[in-house]
Design a protein around this ligand. Structure first.
Ligand SMILES: Nc1ncnc2c1ncn2[C@@H]1O[C@H](COP(=O)(O)OP(=O)(O)O)[C@@H](O)[C@H]1O
Ligand SMILES: [Mg+2]
Length: 360
């Protein structure tokens, strides 16, 4: 599966983009503000029905316009899918051929995509919420019932928190404890299984990029290991009543990555963090690809940033080894050795206008 053609109309600063793409690797080069990330944003929107830079899709329309469109042709074994996304009158409409796409999860299976962006280090710096989101995106895409279960858990948690705020008695709280535990056990098992599978791909990928022998990746379920959630909530009832909310449970789960026993964000360099995050995302991409039994798309925005020449090459080699179509952006073409890839195309972008570079 790969995106063989991409077109954008009135998207950000891009002017009439119409690109025939390489099935293996596409490099987009250009100066700051030329439109590189905007092109990745177009591909991301086709796959996820949203942007990775803003919640307001209206921002993606060119300054002088209030509508934009993106279309892509996906080639796979069974034929070609034509995807079309159009934003107008404050609504995004997505079509697969002549069929309307109603759920964005249908899109993500049609065009499985992984992004390593310049903001990806937030996985470490922005606290556990980002890491849960990363983990749960992966869990949901291999275990579809996860989402309903998670929503059910959050509803029950909301009920218990309301009771805590109103200083409710123990017996009413207890029935909610059981309800929470029933769902927490499933959520915990799915997350734990997912991280076990992720680790199997993540560790060798990271080893291919950098030598960090004392690295550990640990899933924390959100309440102590040696006790059931019901019992734990009971033990901590007075504390929770004082707080007015349920402090522990799967809603506080975390994915803790440490180097020599110290959390990554406190000891690893930005370059090391970038490599760890790249390996995490690529491991997630491989798991999702395996689940769907199709190749995926990987976007790496500003690949050379923070990385030395050796790490860049290693990351490129890792990308080439995946069953994936890769899109890389870089300011300077010379920072990316495209000979690493079996097949590739280079594009230059200047003030929103694309032109073809050398073939490989
Ligand atoms: N809605 C918009 N309409 C027109 N130009 C925009 C819009 N949004 C952003 N831009 C401009 O588009 C340019 C390209 O941005 P971007 O794709 O992030 O550049 P790059 O990744 O190449 O550094 C920037 O100069 C930015 O100011
Ligand atoms: Mg950019």
């Amino acid at each position: 599966m790969h995106l063989r053609r991409l077109r954008t109309v009135q998207l950000r600063n891009l002017i009439d983009v119409d690109l025939e793409l390489s099935p293996k690797c596409n490099l987009i080069c250009g100066q700051n503000g030329s439109g590189k990330s905007s092109l990745l944003e177009a591909i991301y929107l086709l796959a996820r029905a949203k942007s990775f830079r803003t919640n307001k899709l209206s921002r993606l329309a060119h300054f002088s316009e209030n509508a934009f469109a993106i279309s892509g042709e996906i080639e796979h074994d069974q034929g070609v899918n034509k995807l079309h996304a159009r934003y107008e009158q404050r609504a995004l409409k997505l079509m697969n051929g002549d069929q309307i796409i109603k759920r964005s999860s249908d899109l993500s299976t049609l065009l499985p995509l992984t992004l390593v962006s310049t903001d990806s280090h937030k996985l470490f710096t922005d606290g556990p919420k980002q890491r849960r989101r990363f983990m749960d995106w992966g869990v949901f895409h291999v275990k579809q019932p996860f989402l309903d279960m998670w929503r059910g858990y959050c509803r029950a948690l909301g009920q218990r928190n309301a009771l805590l705020r109103h200083g409710s008695d123990g017996s009413t709280l207890e029935s909610w404890n059981h309800e929470l535990e029933r769902m927490a056990v499933e959520i915990d098992a799915w997350r734990s299984d997912y991280i076990t599978s992720l680790r199997i791909h993540f560790l060798p990928m990271l080893a291919a990029l950098i030598d960090l022998p004392e690295l550990s990746i640990e899933y924390q379920r959100g309440w102590p290991l040696d006790i059931s959630l019901t019992q734990h909530l009971l033990n901590k009832q007075e504390r929770d009543l004082g707080l007015g909310y349920t402090r522990d449970g799967p809603h506080t789960a975390d994915l803790v990555i440490k180097v020599a026993g110290v959390p990554t964000q406190e000891c690893a360099s930005r370059g090391q963090q970038k490599l760890i995050i790249s390996a995490l995302h690529l491991a997630q991409a491989v798991l999702f690809s395996e689940q769907l039994d199709k190749s995926s798309i990987v976007l790496v925005d500003d690949l050379p940033a923070e990385l030395d020449a050796e790490r860049r090459i290693r990351l490129l080699q890792l990308l080439n080894s995946l069953q994936a179509q890769v899109f890389i952006t870089a300011i300077d073409e010379r920072d990316i050795d495209m000979r690493v890839f079996d097949h590739s195309k280079v594009f230059h972008v200047k003030q929103g206008v694309f032109s073809r570079g050398d073939n490989h």
